[in-house]
Design a protein around this ligand. Structure first.
Ligand SMILES: [Zn+2]
Length: 136
């Protein structure tokens, strides 16, 4: 279910045991923001499995911010269904492999391994209904 929140009013509110509203807010500083509850549950499962904090580097994006950061048109980030995440000490492939077990035949998983000019890798996860996989 897609929910709307105010960063200003609800920023500190917990969406689950480990995630607060502000962590999903658009990095352009705008308000409000949108978060799908299925995404929160997915991230909580990842958090519980690895036992370390999930750092969300990009959650909800406005259309303007998505364009500014070179996101795909109609990016799942714009629908509150996606998060780019990294976990300290957990390699991209290990994180993506666990996400695969949580999204069998559904959702989106993008692998972004560390490489020259990209010090730390990350994994994109989303809860779209049609399965999608890629490496960026
Ligand atoms: Zn993403």
């Amino acid at each position: 279910m897609l929910n709307a929140y105010s960063r200003r009013k609800d920023g500190n509110a917990l969406l689950s045991r480990s995630f607060r509203v502000r962590e999903f807010a658009c990095r352009d500083g705008s308000d409000p923001l949108f978060v799908d509850s299925a995404l929160v549950q997915l991230l909580q499962s990842i958090r519980d499995h690895f036992g370390v904090p999930v750092v969300i580097t990009s959650g909800y994006r406005t259309a303007a911010h998505n364009k500014a950061v070179g996101g795909a048109p109609y990016s799942q980030h714009c629908y509150g269904r996606a998060a780019d995440i990294r976990l300290a000490g957990v390699p991209v492939e290990q994180l993506a492999a666990y996400a695969e077990t949580l999204l069998p035949g559904t959702g989106g998983i993008g692998r972004y391994p560390a490489k020259a000019g990209r010090a730390a890798g990350w994994v994109h996860v989303d809860v779209r209904p049609i399965k999608s996989r890629w490496t960026g």
